[in-house]
Ligand binder design. Structure first.
Ligand code: SF4
Ligand code: SF4
Length: 416
């Protein structure tokens, strides 16, 4: 059996309606979802240390829908305490990792309130440890925040939102926040293309082994996620012992084919999931009436090259992940790929640029994994040749000053 799944043959996902973030309503919905899976006692034993891992990408008001809502975190922490567990809220947001920055992020994202409401502790230990990860495919050593190593149980609390590297930020991507602070920058630099990065995320999932993944899909984010998009009412809580099953159903919930999410597609290749909603037992609500059909994806979404005319189709195929695995491509195709994924790739994929909102604070330059940003004439300037399109700057700019735009060829070939 795969270690990320409680039941590889038929994973279950609980799907429950939840219209807003009123704490008692959220607690009821979370309780209903967890009860459908056997109750919190199926995941947490009395006296166990339970790490709650929300998505706190940066210090933002919960109303902006970039972070897991504090009512969801408080509701889960309440159930953990009822089961006799000791909940600890822990996350390494983007940017520096210190007790002072954690305090600021907790205040802005409502985690101080969530902890007070539920009796959970907040993590201020900014230490990390490097561990060996023999099961990893691309990350054989892994840097993780200290509370992960001290926890008996991990509960993963992602937010359903768009992401320009992985299409959606779901349960798997959320676990990247277990890598401490600016070490994340090194991972972006090392796992330089999207596929490698997504394989790294799967390695982190295999290491973290969340016992439960509970998705905040009450109000998600559409458009320019993971931090610059728009709040979008979805009205659901999803939960499962199988993180990839939550990711699969969550994608379907917003009308996106589950395997358009790169982590899910690659997980299928690794035998970690089938990536098919049909293979999942959905408990509680039916999926179809809850699907948001006009959910707006991010600027950088994969597309089906089959819909393009001849030469463009070939080009698009060369810059897309190989359906059979690139190791199985012929030598000619491999050579064309190298060419296409260099110059051509830069003409297709959205690039970041700073707008007039930039105040030249330099935060993006400090966190660019490949030093592609310079402050010139009072504004951040990104070098398109050096930039690896990790979109960390777009995600982290405290002034929302960075926008993404596609070159004309990208708009022509990949209009979504
Ligand atoms: S783009 Fe944002 S983070 Fe970068 S220098 Fe300008 S304001 Fe600062
Ligand atoms: S410029 Fe922005 S998108 Fe490009 S590599 Fe640096 S942080 Fe990533």
């Amino acid at each position: 059996m795969n270690p990320t799944t409680s039941n590889m043959t038929a994973p279950s996902v609980a799907l429950v309606r939840c219209s807003d973030y009123e704490l008692e309503r959220v607690t009821q919905a979370v309780r209903q979802a967890v009860d459908l899976l056997g109750g919190m006692g199926a995941f947490v034993q009395p006296g166990q240390k339970v790490l709650l891992k929300p998505n706190l990408v940066r210090g933002m008001d919960p109303e902006r829908a970039a972070t897991t809502h504090p009512a969801v975190v408080a509701a889960v922490a309440r159930l953990v305490r009822e089961a006799g567990g000791l909940p600890l809220i822990a996350e390494s947001p983007g940017g520096p990792y210190s007790a002072a920055t954690l305090r600021s992020v907790y205040r802005k994202t409502g985690m101080l309130w969530a902890a007070e409401e539920s009796g959970a502790e907040l993590n201020y230990d900014a230490e990390g440890t490097q561990v060996s990860h023999p099961e990893g495919q691309v990350l054989h050593r892994l840097d993780v925040i200290q509370p992960l190593l001290e926890a008996d149980v991990v509960i993963n609390l992602p937010k359903l939102k768009t992401h320009n590297l992985t299409t959606l930020t779901l349960g798997t991507k959320n676990l990247f926040g277990l890598v401490p602070g600016s070490i994340k920058i090194g991972y972006h630099a090392k796992l330089v293309d999207r596929e490698l990065f997504a394989q790294g995320l799967l390695d982190i999932l295999l290491f973290a082994r969340p016992a439960l993944t509970l998705m905040d899909a009450v109000i998600g984010m559409e458009g320019e996620g993971p931090s610059g998009g728009d709040p979008r009412q979805i009205g659901a809580i999803l939960a499962s012992a199988d993180c990839l099953a939550v990711d699969t159903v969550s994608a379907a919930l917003v009308g996106i084919a589950p395997q358009e999410v790169l982590t899910t597609r690659l997980a299928v290749g690794r035998g970690m999931t089938t990536g098919r909603v049909e293979d999942i037992g959905i408990l509680g609500e039916e999926l179809a009436p809850l699907v948001v059909h006009d959910f707006r994806p991010g600027i950088e979404m994969p597309m089906d090259p089959g819909i393009l005319p001849g030469p463009m189709r070939l080009l698009a195929r060369l810059v897309s992940p190989s359906p059979n695995g690139e190791e199985n491509d012929s030598r000619g195709v491999k050579a064309m790929r190298v060419l296409a994924q260099g110059w051509v790739w830069r003409q297709l994929v959205a690039r970041p640029h700073a707008t007039e909102r930039c105040i030249a604070c330099g935060f993006c330059a400090k966190h660019c994994p490949v030093n592609a940003i310079e402050i010139v004439g009072g504004r951040a300037i990104m070098d398109p040749k050096t930039c690896i399109r990790c979109y960390c700057c777009h995600e982290l700019c405290p002034h929302d000053a960075i926008e993404l735009s596609k070159p004309w060829l990208g708009r022509l070939l990949m209009p979504r």
